[in-house]
Design a protein around this ligand. Structure first.
Ligand code: NAP
Ligand code: MG
Length: 494
């Protein structure tokens, strides 16, 4: 296969310009399906670049703030078009993303498309954002409005960096903030090139992009005096660190952290091929590296064998390999560390006596052994204390646990420090809506699970350690605004 690629290096974008790091440093990115294969280089930002990015964002803020919401919405609409208008560049970015990330081409395409779609959806909130609450006296005339916060720092993880950026960037912009974006060190080239396309469609300084290592520049960004809001998506330990750092400048945070989503499959669930397809993708899309993936499957004992058989058949049909090849349906895990998290959990479950079913075909055994691969794995009836049940696997492995009734299942589903998403599977819609309200989770799906079933009009985020605040929906836009109340004498307001 031809691995030659027209896109070999990505740059920073600061103050209206693509630029290398001030000191010229870069870092290499390798293909997780072929770890010896260099994909290209990204700019490694240093302290001077961080300063330049925040300086540009601060200078751009007043003019951007002073546009009307409708004017900013027009920019969002134009960006959505600009993201895909150069077809050759769009296709090249999709292929590059698969090579540096590992996810199959189809998913790279979904992710790139979803980003533009989110700009369009957020633009539709312009009029609603422009409204304020007017209360005439007695005793006073008072108006409650809200205004942009200023410079926002947006941090995204490696699993779905662009889709997740779509849950915070258009919202921050419509709300009137300027931003500095920190992309993850893993798989940052195609995302950086995509962010550059967004930034070049805006006035200089409105969107500024940093790539590099958080161990070098992370804290300098989190504690920068220009930051007025931090919106972070990533792991719980780093989220905790972000919140502590934000306390330095008393900056508000939105944190979207890990999940360990439970699904309850009840005795009356409709379990046809389409249902198994949704269930399978809910757990295994992007090799399971999705925050809102199904991570614990609780099934009524009377349907247990049927679910295990149905999902085993789905998993068996997977072709595991290089995401660039058209026959591949599941790519590698993104990095060695994440692969070890998953394989350690499987080893622990096996050692404790649980059956682990690894399914799927591997057309190229040598590639499979060399790359960061793990076949889709079903873990049957593991004990509740095992890591595969209690912790977030963030990889292609799903524990399936029998339950004897809805109350027991709900108690097990909620017995966790996580609270991101959840789902209930039943043919009885009244029962579904009743049980959905009992989950300690920020989002509940009925008869589906994960990104393919998600409605972007609703706010998204978690309870408990899954996070603080919400992205998406109108609430996600409002989170980038601060309330401003103005009071005058009774009768003074025209
Ligand atoms: P991570 O290690 O927490 O990193 C997330 C991002 O934070 C990366 O861009 C990282 O940059 C950056 N970062 C790390 N330390 C920083 C610091 N001191 N200052 C500023 N930025 C810093 O998470 P990950 O491994 O990339 O992602 C996997 C986790 O994200 C999983 O737990 C998953 O559940 C969670 N996630 C949650 C959601 C959600 O919406 N709830 C969505 C997707 C993923 P570097 O790459 O340079 O370290
Ligand atoms: Mg788990």
């Amino acid at each position: 296969m031809d691995h030659a690629h027209p896109l070999g290096a990505s740059q920073l974008f600061i103050d209206g310009q693509r630029r290398p790091a001030a000191d010229g440093r870069t870092y290499p990115l390798y293909n997780p399906a072929r770890p010896g294969e260099l994909v290209g280089h990204a700019a490694r930002a240093g302290a001077a670049d961080v300063e330049a990015a925040f300086d540009a964002a601060q200078r751009a803020f007043p003019a951007w703030r002073d546009l009307s919401c409708a004017e900013r919405a027009e920019y969002l609409q134009r960006i959505a078009v600009h993201l895909t208008s150069d077809e050759a560049d769009f296709e090249a970015r999709i292929r590059l993303f698969t090579r540096e990330h590992g996810k199959v081409l189809k998913e790279s395409r979904i992710e790139m498309g979803r980003l533009g779609g989110r700009f369009v959806q957020v633009a539709s909130y312009a009029q609603r954002l422009d409204t304020q609450d007017v209360m005439k006296g007695p005793p006073f005339d008072t108006v409650v409005g809200h205004q942009p916060r200023g410079v926002a720092l947006l941090v995204v993880p490696w699993n779905w960096p662009l889709s997740i950026l779509g849950a915070k960037l258009p919202q921050a912009l419509l709300a009137g903030n300027t931003v500095v974006i920190k992309l993850p060190e893993n798989s940052s080239m195609a995302p950086a090139m995509t962010v550059a396309r967004i930034a070049e469609a805006l006035p200089p300084g409105v969107v500024n992009l940093i790539t590099g290592s958080s161990s070098e520049i992370g804290d300098a960004m989190l504690t920068h005096p220009a930051v007025r809001m931090i919106n972070f998506t990533g792991s719980i330990p780093v989220g905790r660190h972000v919140m502590k750092m934000a306390a330095e400048q008393l900056v508000p945070v939105t944190l979207e952290l890990g999940g360990n989503d439970a699904a309850l499959v009840l005795e009356d669930a409709v379990l046809d091929q389409a249902a198994f397809q949704r269930m399978y993708l809910g757990a295994f899309m992007t090799s399971g590296q999705i925050c809102m993936a199904l991570k614990r499957l609780y099934v009524h004992r009377s349907r247990y064998d049927e679910v295990v058989d149905g999902l085993s058949a789905m998993a068996a049909a997977q072709v595991v390999g290089d995401g660039l090849l058209p026959e591949t349906t599941m790519g590698p895990v993104n990095n060695r560390r994440q692969l070890k998290v998953v394989t350690d959990m499987l080893a622990q479950a096996r050692a404790a006596g649980a059956e682990v079913r690894e399914c799927g075909t591997v057309p190229d055994e040598a590639l499979y052994r060399a790359g960061f691969f793990q076949k889709p794995a079903l873990v049957l009836d593991p004990a509740p204390h095992l890591d595969i049940v209690r912790e977030e696997q963030f990889g292609p492995a799903l524990p399936i646990i029998p339950i004897d009734g809805e109350a027991q299942g709900m108690a097990m589903a909620n017995d966790t420090r996580f609270g991101l998403c959840s789902s209930v599977w039943t043919r009885d819609m009244a029962r579904a809506w009743r049980l959905a309200r009992q989950f300690d989770a920020g989002y509940t799906y009925i008869n589906t699970h994960g990104p393919l079933g998600q409605d972007d009009r609703g706010p998204f985020g978690g309870f408990k350690q899954s996070g603080v605040g919400r992205n998406l929906g109108f609430e996600g836009v409002l989170s980038f605004r601060g309330y401003h109340t103005i009071t005058g004498p009774q009768g003074s307001l025209a």
